[in-house]
Design a binder for this molecule. Sequence first.
Ligand SMILES: [Zn+2]
Length: 426
Amino acid sequence: MLKIFRASILHTPQSPFSSGKLVGFADGGLVVQGSKILALNDFKKVQNDYPSAKIIHYKNSFLIPGLVDSHVHYPQIPVIAAMGLRLLDWLEQRTLPAEAKLKDKAIAKQQAKVFLKQLARNGTTTALVFGAHFATAMEEFFKQADKSNLRITAGLVLGDRLLQPDLYTSPQKAYTESKELIEKWHNKNRLRYAITPRFSVSCSDEILAVCEKLLNEYPDVYFTTHINEQKEEIDLVKEQFKSKDYLATYEKHNLITSRSVLAHNVHPSENELKRISRANASVAHCPSSNMFIGSGLFNMLKHLEHNVKFALGSDVGGGTGFSILKEGLMSYQAQMLQEKPYPLDSSHLLYLATLAGAEVLGLDKIIGDFSNNKEADFVVIKAKQKSTLAQNLKHSNSAEDSLASIFTLAREESIKEVFVAGKSVL
Ligand SMILES: [Zn+2]
């Protein structure tokens, strides 16, 4: 059935980092047929063009493309807000014990359900999800992800050292379990698989070699891991691998390709940035996590200079919640705090929260903005009556202003509706 969704509509069909601009319709109409976008224009115009369409009017609301989270951990809701620890202690004392609980299938199922619901409640329609260390937990996760209708790319997390022993796998087990999960879930409906070694610290060369073997056997799966998050971690990796830098430990096994998404990259060398760019690999930029765990400020300018793709990630539970809108604000603040401030505007933030995420995940032909024929993934945002957001929006003079208010003040409570491929997922 033909539908027109009426609201203030905003999107970034081209990157504002390279001459694209915010495109907005104060009284817009998004025409949706089944799962696809047929047209976007002023409401009056599309009403004329499609007189038989059913009109869904969201009064005093904004409609933006579905948000994309390029790095978030399924087992880590219990870890959010674990204060006072830097990365390696945070992992040992709080995170790994929480992850070990997913050995229990019932807990894994329950956490998968809750996790996916929280993504949707925050307006996230697409995510690259760092999984659990247990194949049984990932089986439950993929089942629930399929039911949720969200666009999820995820994989079994692999590690065989410097974790707690109940999280260890072996090269043989890592290979067999990953293969089974790929065969069953990769490209099933909206699901895709990502080979996921935890990070070089916890992976022997044998485990990384298994990742390479799997990528060779399944050339269209994704690859994700962590890189260059904290100085102590980087030193540890260099020492373990006798390696010139962190990236080289993955490159040795041909793991850095156009389908690789590397989380953090807060402390890269110029040379690593060059090589990430040459490989056309991407970075998940997780500002709230980088500040919470004390990792540092992401150098956006350097990534732009080297033409490295990046998008926003919440990194729950290092991050402080699921809101990609909040990550946009934190990213803005991180760039204002650089020695040489790099001031972003609200169109950059929208791009980073939507189309950039789609590009990083190789989904930009399908989602990320409201171009005709893309899938109808979108979020309706409405300020609660009497909220600070509602009061602030009254003083907005432009679409850019309103969008800046949304990134600064709109959170879970302002997400009114969330659609994936034309269907509500709330
Ligand atoms: Zn992470």
